[in-house]
Each structure stands twice: as structure tokens, then as C-alpha cells.
Design a protein around this ligand. Structure first.
Ligand code: PLP
Length: 398
């Protein structure tokens, strides 16, 4: 039986994220034809805004699909069967991206990495240097691994390609970093960027996209994998530059409002807010770590994500029990472990439309849930987060 819940549901998973009320209201409107001039104006404005957030003047192909669709569309348009790509292992999402690619006949070679630290850049450099014949067509990187809470340094990875003089395309998945962490596509020399609607962009799940450089666009003309719905050649001929079928119009009213909100706050201030809130969560987990309590999964402090903190429990302690108590007793939704981390971790999302009391509320529920689930820990996590947040500068948005 579903438990009766009262008050606001605190959704503290790392995406989908909270949708701001004005975005919901912007999307709540009667349908119009997708060739209606009123819609086309909103579409153009929203896509131009998305490009500013991506930091690109390149083309953006849009799909009525979740992030998996953007992964698939990207690979189908860039490669031919037998092409070799180098997938930088980050965790669950690099594995899933690789699996999807392999099913289409792409040869996926993995640069192995410790999930708790992320890849050793030397291993990437070494593999690129060994590829004298330039068989590797692309380097695929999940910028922010949503399962582990580890962010990879895209700038340093770009530098490794440049240092090796290797022509491989650089592909980045920004699904859980765009709009919450520093990212600049053109400046960063990224050739194809996979993104989704449901995290930093604060929209419902169901729309995703690939932004492409001129090099990627040129590569797509030679790609031999069959595609139809995702075919960039068909899309580019359409008025919308995307959508082989019906355009999900409501998303664009939502995206237009989401971009307006981000730019009203200022992208730099949005990123600073994410960092401030992420640091509060990290301090809370660090406090709980006493008494053989839970710890931050990512062991490299410089790579800790500002959009999600993954919390590792001691061997034999069930992370799902904490999630269940948080949801059933306190109406707080946390992210679960996935794949090999199932039951070993829970995840606290801190991205999107979020402020200090929302984070503190979620942390208080976690701290209580740890106690109620009988998980060893030290108290004082919420107090540590409050102490940190209380001495940060005034938020510009107040
Ligand atoms: N890549 C990353 C980094 C993600 O976090 C996710 C989903 O959470 C995906 C890809 C897959 O996207 P979707 O679940 O929207 O299909």
C-alpha cells in the first residue's frame, strides 16, 4: 500500500531534478502546431539560450528521447561498423554508453579506471601515443559520472589529445554536469556533447540533444551506420534543425523559461551556488564518517562532483534501508546505487533548482534515517553543513 504523504516531497536524487514552478507553468499550455510562428519564435529563442549554456555556436540536434537516445543518435551519426572508439571508464554510465555502442558494431575499447578516483590521465596519453596509425576515431568521456560522483577534467583530457597530436574526436556526456558545473564546448575543444533535459536544465525527462563541432558534422557525412529518427542529415533539412517526427512543443516553453532563470541568476552564480551546496553536503558526510560511518565515495577531493555526492556505506550495511526510511518516514527521495554499487551506496543529488534549506532538509532526513536504520555514524552532519553555509557570502539572488 502506498503510504500517505504530506508536505512537499523533497527530491534529492541526482536527476531528474526539481522543476521550478515557473517552468512547470510555462509548459502548462494548450498545444499549438509546431509550425506556428508563435512557437517557432520560442523554439529559436530557447535553442539559442541552450547554445549559450553549452558555450557553442555549433549545431544542436534535438530528440524526443531521454539521454540514451542522445547517446544512440550521436554514435549512429558519427561512426561506421568496425570503427574503434576509446571509452574512458568512469562507472555505470560509461559502461552503458559502451554497451550501446558495441551493439551497433562499434569497437569499444575501454581505458580502465578505479571508480573511486576516476581515470589516470597517463593511461589515456599512453594509449593515444601507441595508436600511431590513428585507428581510434573518438575518445568518449562522461564528464560527471552520476553513479560515483566523480567529475573528470575535460580540459586535461583535451590536452592529452593535443599533446599526442591525435585526430580523434572528443565526445563528452554532460547529462549531469550541464548547468551545474563549468563546461564550455567550443573553448574546451569538444566535438560532440550529449545532454539531457532533466538535470541542470530543470525540465522533465524526455528531451535530449547532441551539440556538434564542424569536425563532428563533417565526420557524420561519412558515417555508415543506418539511422532514421536520429539522422542528422534529415534533421538539418527541417525547419527545426531537429525532430524527424512531431516536435514536443511544451519542452521549448519550459526550456525558454529555464534558460531565462539561469541567465537571470547568471551562469557563474548558478555554478557557484552548486559548489556552495555541494560543499555543504560533503561536510555533512565527512562528519557522519566518524564512528566507522559512511564516507564520500570519491576519494580524489579535486574530482568531487558539484551535482551529486555518492555515499558509501560500510561493508554489510544496506544502503537501501537508509533510502527506504528517508522516503517512508520523511518524504525525501534519495538516489540509489546502480549495477555493482547496488545496495552499497546512496546518492544525494544537489543540482538544479535548489537552495540552502532544501539541502539542509534533505541532510536532516538522511541523518535521522541513518540513526533509524541502525547505520553506525557520528552525529553532526547537518550542523557541519549549517556551519559552512552560514559563513558563505550573501547569495546574489536574494
Ligand atoms: N549519462 C549520464 C551521466 C546520466 O546520468 C544518465 C542518466 O542519469 C544517462 C547518461 C542516461 O540518460 P537517461 O536516463 O536520460 O536515458
Amino acid at each position: 500500500m502506498v503510504k500517505l504523504r504530506r508536505g512537499r516531497h523533497f527530491f534529492a536524487a541526482p536527476g531528474p531534478t526539481n522543476i521550478p514552478d515557473p517552468v512547470l507553468r510555462a509548459m502548462d499550455r494548450p498545444t499549438v502546431d509546431f509550425n506556428d510562428p508563435e512557437f517557432l519564435a520560442v523554439f529559436d529563442r530557447a535553442v539559442a539560450g541552450l547554445k549559450r549554456i553549452l558555450g557553442t555556436t555549433g549545431h544542436v540536434f534535438l530528440y524526443a528521447a531521454s539521454g540514451h537516445g542522445a547517446w544512440e543518435g550521436t554514435m549512429l551519426n558519427l561512426f561506421s561498423p568496425g570503427d574503434r572508439v576509446l571509452m574512458v571508464e568512469s562507472g555505470y554510465f560509461s559502461e552503458a554508453w559502451g554497451l550501446l555502442s558495441a551493439k551497433h558494431g562499434i569497437l569499444v575499447e575501454t581505458v580502465a579506471a578505479d571508480w573511486r578516483r576516476g581515470v589516470d590521465l597517463g593511461a589515456i596519453a599512453e594509449r593515444l601515443a601507441a595508436d600511431r596509425g590513428h585507428q581510434i576515431r573518438a575518445l568518449c568521456v562522461v564528464h560527471n559520472e552520476t553513479l560515483t560522483g566523480v567529475t573528470l577534467p575535460l580540459g586535461e583530457i583535451r590536452a592529452a589529445l593535443d599533446a599526442a597530436g591525435h585526430p580523434a574526436l572528443l565526445l563528452a556526456d554532460t547529462i549531469s554536469s550541464l548547468g551545474s558545473m563549468e563546461f564550455a564546448m567550443d573553448e574546451g575543444g569538444i566535438d560532440a556533447v550529449v545532454g539531457g533535459s532533466q538535470k541542470g536544465l530543470m525540465l522533465p525527462a524526455g528531451m535530449s540533444f547532441t551539440a556538434v563541432s564542424a569536425r563532428a558534422l563533417a565526420a557524420s557525412a561519412k558515417a555508415g551506420l543506418p539511422r532514421h529518427y536520429f539522422d542528422w542529415r534529415m534533421m538539418i533539412e527541417r525547419r527545426h534543425g531537429g525532430f524527424v517526427g512531431t516536435v514536443p512543443v511544451a519542452f521549448f516553453w519550459g526550456l525558454d523559461e529555464a534558460v531565462r532563470r539561469i541567465e537571470e541568476e547568471g551562469l557563474a552564480a548558478v555554478l557557484a551556488r552548486h559548489h556552495r551546496l555541494a560543499e555543504a553536503v560533503r561536510r555533512a558526510v565527512a562528519a557522519w564518517a566518524g564512528n566507522a560511518g559512511p564516507e564520500i565515495f570519491c576519494t580524489d577531493a579535486a574530482r568531487r562532483s558539484d551535482s551529486v555526492t555518492t555515499v558509501l556505506l560500510a561493508e554489510g550495511v544496506d544502503a537501501e534501508a537508509v533510502r527506504t526510511v528517508a522516503l517512508e518516514r520523511f518524504n525525501v527521495g534519495l538516489g540509489s546505487g546502480l549495477g555493482r554499487l547496488n545496495g552499497r551506496v546512496f546518492r544525494i543529488g544537489h543540482l538544479g533548482d535548489l537552495n540552502e534549506p532544501m539541502v539542509l532538509g534533505a541532510l536532516a532526513a538522511v541523518e535521522m534515517a541513518l540513526g533509524l536504520a541502525g547505520v553506525p555514524h557520528a552525529p553532526g552532519g547537518v550542523a557541519a553543513a549549517m556551519e559552512w553555509l552560514g559563513r558563505q557570502g550573501p547569495a546574489e539572488t536574494f
